[in-house]
Design a binder for this molecule. Structure first.
Ligand code: TEU
Length: 551
């Protein structure tokens, strides 16, 4: 397997709105990130993925872009961006920007022109269709609820929006649109950035609107929109026009990309993307009604996602290893135990993130165990997905309070509460009023209180990241799940011609004896306690996690 910086590098994702506010307006900004570059570097990460910082009306917090070549006023200006990029480079790190090319804001000048008349030169930058006697062109639904078509009174036609009504989908059939996106990519690459995370890139090629009904029963919404007929033509053209000309990294966000389609995106001979975010584990608890209709799942189902993807891309292609981001609950709450075993399970998840094959992604705040938040009212939430849910519940006359626990458990705002830097007022995030309520547990859970604690989650992340860098078999080595059906333990072997490691994670509150014939080994890392191997088994205490290396 050829070594690459984007395979070995650890990525740290920043959601700028919630990271650090430097000017007291309650909103994180670029200068706030500049102020924390030494902290970020101290984690040992190599690449920063910066969520959108472009001009935006913030209907979807920056994922609705109105000007791709200017910085959102609340975040600062282009000079500060240049200073941030220089600071990242000066510390030997790299920068990924977030490319949102499936849609723009409805306040983008392209859309303002496109909607103005049916014969405007930019009309087919977007997807317009006649309805059928007052009804939408087809039954497609928005990811954020409701119809995926909105009638615009100016011309009486409907435009497609797979996300909010303020995020009209771009028409990638139009070569002018594709060239506009390629020019935007080159604008930022020529400034010196090192690549892109590509927002819902799997959706940019649309199926025929007339014969692809959205089927609430059998085909997931993502499958209806993902992997359209020309997706690979577009990505190969993008690669030829842009990526092939830079030493850069691409990671495609790919809801709907599955094991049967993955290699078409990331196979090395495909000249498309370096890797994708797949969502098998991220949608694992989404029931028939989506994320707010959660269903139980087992550890074997969770483990199978990682084993299947490792097998799928073994030898050709590359994957991402992530457990959270700005769209999902906090990992220690979702996949760990944020109560009695908060510290142990947070460290277990860090060990998992750093011991599987693929590029490791760490989401801001997870490195010191930030948890889900418990809001009391729908008024406390910001996320448009939750605002739309509220409207739907109110329209159905539902009791909103009944849904608060589900929204607290599953909502995206869990990952968007301001970073808890210390135990001072507003957790050191802002001197003003934070745009989103800070998790009240900041007095106990914050970076500063862990900085000098050798046993803290924060210092465990630092240690685990170094271990991954010093043991490249954990990056490139082979992988085998040792007991796929085990309901408590995720145990796997990692190896190559020179080294062999065994990794054990007890994802449970009970003590487990796990069979192993390993006896002659060195301990690489353990989250707590010490390894106890005897009589052909290793004793794993609740949420205990360790890596051993055979001699
Ligand atoms: O999200 C795409 C997406 O559909 C999934 O991540 C997830 O299902 C969604 O957030 C609903 O829960 C990307 C961005 O990550 C997200 O923040 C944006 O809201 C969305 O695209 C639209 O740009």
């Amino acid at each position: 397997m050829e070594r690459k910086w984007w395979k070995e590098g650890i990525v740290y994702q920043i959601y700028p709105r919630s990271f650090n506010d430097s000017d007291g307006d309650g909103i994180g900004d670029l200068r706030g990130i500049i102020q924390k570059l030494d902290y970020i570097k101290s984690l040992g990460v190599d690449i920063i993925w910066l969520c959108p910082v472009y001009q935006s009306p913030n209907d979807d917090n920056g994922y609705d872009i109105s000007d791709y070549r200017n910085i959102m006023d609340e975040f600062g200006n282009m000079q500060e961006f240049d200073e941030l990029l220089a600071g990242i480079k000066a510390r030997g790190m790299r920068l990924l920007m977030d490319l949102v090319a499936n849609h723009t804001s409805d306040e983008h000048e392209w859309f303002l022109e496109s909607k103005s008349s049916v014969d405007n030169p930019k009309r087919d930058y977007y997807i317009w269709r006649q309805g059928d006697n007052g009804t939408p062109p087809n039954n497609w639904k928005s990811i954020f609820g409701g119809d995926a078509w909105l009638k615009d009174e100016t011309t009486g036609e409907y435009f497609l929006h797979l996300f909010t009504t303020k995020q009209p989908d771009l028409n990638w059939e139009n070569p002018n649109v594709r060239n506009e996106i390629y020019d935007i990519m080159k604008f930022w690459l020529d400034k010196g950035i090192d690549g892109f995370r590509m927002d819902v890139i799997s959706f940019i090629s649309k199926r025929n609107y007339d014969d692809t009904p959205y089927d609430e029963l059998n085909v997931s919404i993502n499958k209806t929109y993902a992997n359209g007929p020309k997706i690979h033509d577009y990505l190969q053209e993008m690669n030829k026009e842009v990526m092939a000309n830079y030493d850069m990294m691409t990671v495609g966000e790919g809801p709907g990309i599955d094991l049967t389609t993955a290699r078409d995106y990331v196979g090395e001979e495909r000249n498309e993307l370096n890797m994708v975010f797949h969502f098998g584990h991220m949608f694992i608890d989404h029931g028939p009604g989506g994320k707010f209709d959660p269903v139980p799942y087992s550890l074997p189902e969770f483990k199978k996602v990682f084993s299947d993807w490792d097998k799928c891309l073994r030898g050709n292609g590359w994957s991402s290893i992530f457990l959270g981001n700005h769209d999902f609950p906090r990992i220690v709450s979702r996949f760990g135990n944020d109560g009695q075993y908060w510290k142990e399970s947070a460290k277990l998840l860090a060990t998992m993130l750093c011991s599987l094959r693929g590029t490791t992604y760490v989401y801001q705040g997870d490195e010191f165990g930030m948890t889900n938040v418990e809001y009391e009212s729908f008024d406390d939430f910001d996320d448009v997905e939750i605002r739309n849910l509220r409207k739907a519940l109110e329209a159905n006359g539902e009791d909103l309070q009944k849904f608060i626990p589900i929204v607290n458990k599953q909502g995206r705002d869990n990952a968007r509460t301001p970073i808890q830097w210390d135990d001072s007022e507003n957790a050191g995030f802002t001197t003003g009023t934070p745009w989103l309520k800070i998790n009240p547990n900041y007095s106990d859970i914050n970076a500063a209180s862990q900085e000098n604690d050798p046993d803290s989650i924060l210092n465990f992340y630092r240690e685990m990241i170094q271990i991954r860098k010093q043991n490249l078999t954990l990056v490139y080595g082979d992988y085998q799940d040792l007991d796929p059906e085990n309901n408590e333990v995720y145990a796997y072997r990692r190896w190559d011609d020179d080294n062999e490691y065994f990794v054990f994670h007890n994802f449970s509150e009970i003590e487990v004896q796990f069979p192993t014939d390993v006896s002659d080994y060195n301990l690489v890392v353990i989250n707590y306690g010490s390894p106890e191997i005897s009589n052909g088994a290793i004793k794993l205490n609740p949420w205990q996690s360790l890596i051993i290396k055979t001699k």
